[in-house]
Design a protein around this ligand. Structure first.
Ligand code: ADP
Length: 452
């Protein structure tokens, strides 16, 4: 087992990893940017090194500085968390070349699943249902038109390198499509330095359901069941839960088995997530693999009792998974809400600033994963998430009730947050009936905001 791990991230996930390491008796080396200097969570690491200025490109994305910090700090492994360098195969490769284990999948699997088009091809080969669309990248507009006429409009133009909901465009007719392909490609070039786009049938009002995977380096891959993340705004998840509320068991099983098949055929190990969209008839289609730990991993931990960060560290150290598929049971229902410092009255713009008052809810079934505290100054340079409030109760109904009372207890002052909106969503009859699709929040937002 590793004696020291460098945590190549910041905020709540850095703290989550530091905590897991402490419980395992592993020392940690933290890194931070000038903007995060003095953050309280850094004092929980055994050492902390400044790796640059506030902008992520000048700190958290600088491979050479992170490797240097690992070497100076004597770390044998690096946990990348999510975002930043977590899905950067080059980074993983450099770590391993420097004899520092990258706590994540093998480089070949990261490359194979790294962009949406190549992972679609891996999925097709593994007999995992994909959304009808182009087989590879689009060559030109004419090819797009030809494919769209075959699969039928509406279609979705997607950037192969896209992420975080960026680089997607719906086309409802040929004219939209021709313009869209050009614009999407230019946008993708600008945002991701990769102009490649492809086409998928646009599934109207789908649900987003994803399967958590964990594999070891001895060929064992298990799924840890699914999460539903349909409550999204602009393709950004806001609420996640496990199990998916209305998913029939046969669909759940087929989806989980498909995800394991895909991981095995890609030679995958460590933690990963296979994302699907599900149409109104519960047909499911693979959309992408997230080759890293995800923000919403706690809901899976709650219902399975398995610590995913610990599992990641153990399998990276070469240990075998301590369980088999049939040992992984589901227990109760878990919901996570993302508490973001943003202003719903101002287009959900980030609302950085100092938290002047903070009272965190507690009690049975409540977990709060966050690095913030009273007096904490939220820097404007990174994402706006200040924490994740997670509940776990025997039934979904009880979980919703528990979340509502926890949100009622939550006091945060000095910055605007998503809490008022989250409360309205959780009280909404459509949400309570488990009938939310990925477009629901956008359709309902204005009306929801007017409610008390
Ligand atoms: P990103 O990597 O940018 O997050 P994804 O491929 O994971 O992109 O898709 C993000 C979201 O976009 C999904 O959760 C779903 O809501 C929507 N989406 C993706 N593909 C389709 C599709 N073919 N039809 C309809 N909606 C889709």
């Amino acid at each position: 087992m590793f004696q020291r791990i460098l945590v190549a991230n910041r905020g709540e996930i850095a703290l989550r990893i530091i905590r897991a390491c402490r419980e395992l008796g592993i020392e940690t080396v933290a890194v931070f940017s000038e903007a995060d200097r003095g953050a309280h969570y850094l004092s929980l690491a055994d050492e902390a090194y400044c790796i640059g200025s506030a902008q992520a490109v000048d700190s958290y994305l600088l491979i050479n500085r992170i490797i240097s910090a690992a070497e100076v700090g004597g770390a044998q492994a690096i946990h990348p968390g999510y975002g930043f360098l977590a899905e950067n195969a080059k980074f993983a490769e450099i770590c391993r070349e420097c004899d520092i284990e990258f706590i994540g999948p093998p480089v070949a699997a990261m490359n194979g699943l790294g962009d949406k088009v190549s992972s679609r091809i891996v999925a097709m080969k593994a007999n995992v249902p994909t959304v009808p669309g182009s087989e590879g990248l689009l060559k030109d507009e004419a090819e797009a038109v030809q494919i769209a006429s075959k699969i039928g409009y509406p279609v979705l133009i997607k950037a192969t390198a896209g992420g975080g909901g960026k680089g997607m465009r719906v086309a409802r007719n040929e004219q939209d499509l021709k313009i869209g392909v050009k614009q999407a490609s230019q946008e993708a070039e600008k945002a991701f330095k990769n102009a490649g786009v492809f086409l998928e049938k646009y599934v109207e009002n789908p649900r987003h359901v994803e399967v958590q995977l964990i594999g070891d380096q001895h060929g064992n891959v298990c799924h840890l069941w699914e999460r539903e993340c349909s409550t999204q705004r602009k393709h950004q998840k806001l609420i996640e839960e496990a199990p998916a509320p209305t998913l029939p068991d046969d669909v759940r099983n087929a989806m989980c088995e498909a995800a394991v098949r895909l991981a095995k055929s890609a030679g995958y190990y460590n933690a990963g997530t296979c994302e699907f969209i599900v149409d109104k008839d519960y047909n499911f289609y693979f959309i992408e693999v997230n080759a890293r730990i995800q923000v919403e991993h706690p809901v899976t931990e709650q219902i399975t009792g398995i610590d995913l960060i610990e599992s990641q560290i153990r399998v990276a150290a070469g240990e075998k998974l301590p369980f088999q598929q049939e040992d992984i049971k589901r227990n109760g229902h878990s919901i996570e809400v993302r508490i973001n410092a943003e202003d719903p009255d101002n287009e959900f713009r980030g609302s950085p600033g100092t938290i002047t008052k903070l009272r965190i809810p507690g009690g049975r079934g409540v977990r709060f994963d966050s690095h913030v505290h009273e007096g904490y100054k939220i820097p404007p340079y990174y994402d706006s998430m200040v924490g994740k409030l997670i509940v776990h109760r025997p039934t979904r109904e009880q979980a919703i009730a528990c979340m509502l009372r926890a949100l009622d207890e939550f006091v945060i002052e000095g910055v605007k947050t998503s809490i008022p909106l989250l409360r309205k969503i959780l009280r909404d009859p459509t949400f309570q009936a488990g009938q939310v699709d990925t477009r629901w929040l956008e359709r309902t937002l204005d009306e929801l905001m007017r409610r008390d």
